[in-house]
Design a protein around this ligand. Structure first.
Ligand code: BV8
Ligand code: ZN
Length: 261
């Protein structure tokens, strides 16, 4: 698939010092992780209200754990895709590059991204609701369907942010700082529905960033972006990287030429 990105986009990226990639479930779709709101979305069978909130968990921990155990299994069996790896390569082209993700699948870290802020937690971590002690997935796999703490008998839950819960303060503050100082922000694979995360691209724009969206479909954000790249992240991101590197090479050669003349 050959896409020629606009001069404007490539030159804004080439001139950028600080870039932020903001990602949602769409970035992991090509690794085989179902999205939330697409037709194959995991919410299609369930409603967020039924599962991803603490009341639902206290009412029916077995059902919520069944859903997370199924997702843990999917996520343990998959690998990062070309979109994740392109973000790792892109990181090397800028003096400052951060990935802010709503995803809990740990794929950015596994791909090798060095600065990842997880706004909604990480499915590979779990903790006791009573005494707070951490449990790895390996620890709880051997437990019964509803894991309980071996230390205090409390209920163990996945270390993810449920609806109605606050986002982790440190990750949020780092993300806001990165967004406020970004020259370019890429919003990739998110329907821009879930707040307060969905407010970050607008904050970037108001702070002067050039705002780019990568998504096969238009979203609630699309009318506010400077550039909408229609397509999937595993196709678009490697092409963007390729054209940016080619441009940098051209500029480098041009600079060498002027030096010699
Ligand atoms: C809070 C972790 C406050 C769990 C998740 C009314 C208005 C505004 C806000 C609210 C409101 N009513 C309630 C709220 C607040 C609520 C909220 O935003 N609700 C929404 C549904 C309206 N937010 C909260 O509750 C947050 N907390 O507000 O606390 C507070 C204040 C004081 C005191 C206490 C509390 C907490 C929200 C966090 C919820 N947790 N996940 C888990 O995963 O199990 S949310 C969940 O949605 C995931 O994190 C997911 O990442 C996130 C967002 O979804 P997306 O990533 O965008 O995924 P989606 O499927 O929607 O879209 C995929 C996109 O990819 C699509 O656009 C598709 O076209 C595209 N795509 C598909 N394939 C590809 C692709 N793109 C690229 N390439 C492809 N191949
Ligand atoms: Zn405990």
């Amino acid at each position: 698939m050959n896409i020629k990105f606009s001069e404007r986009l490539l030159s804004r990226l080439a001139a950028a010092d600080a870039v932020v990639a903001f990602t949602g479930a769409g970035v992991s779709a090509e690794s085989g992780v179902p999205t939330f709101r697409g037709t194959d979305g995991i919410w299609a069978k369930f409603k967020p209200e039924e599962l991803a909130n603490v009341d639902a968990f206290m009412r029916n921990p077995a059902l919520v754990w069944e859903w997370y155990a199924a997702r843990k299994k999917i996520i343990a069996a998959i690998t990062p895709n070309a979109g994740h790896y392109a973000l790792v390569q892109l990181e090397r082209l800028f003096s400052s590059f951060a990935v802010i993700t709503q995803n809990i699948d740990n794929l950015h870290r596994r791909a090798g991204s060095s600065r990842v802020y997880e706004l909604h937690g990480n499915i590979e971590r779990n903790y006791c609701m009573k005494c707070g002690v951490d449990y790895s997935n390996a620890d709880i796999l051997s437990m019964t369907e509803v894991p309980v703490c071996s230390r205090c008998g409390g209920l163990v839950r996945p270390d993810v942010v449920w609806f109605g819960e606050l986002l982790p303060e440190e990750e949020w503050n780092h993300s806001v700082r990165a967004v406020e100082s970004a020259d370019v922000m890429l919003s990739i694979g998110t329907s821009s529905v879930v707040h307060p995360a969905a407010g970050l691209p607008i904050l970037a724009k108001h702070s002067g960033a050039f705002l780019v969206e990568i998504n096969p479909e238009r979203t609630l954000l699309t009318e506010n972006v400077d550039e909408f790249l229609k397509g999937t992240s595993a196709v678009i991101l490697p092409l963007l990287l390729e054209q940016l590197v080619a441009l940098e090479k051209q500029d480098h050669l041009a600079r060498e030429k002027t030096k010699k003349s």
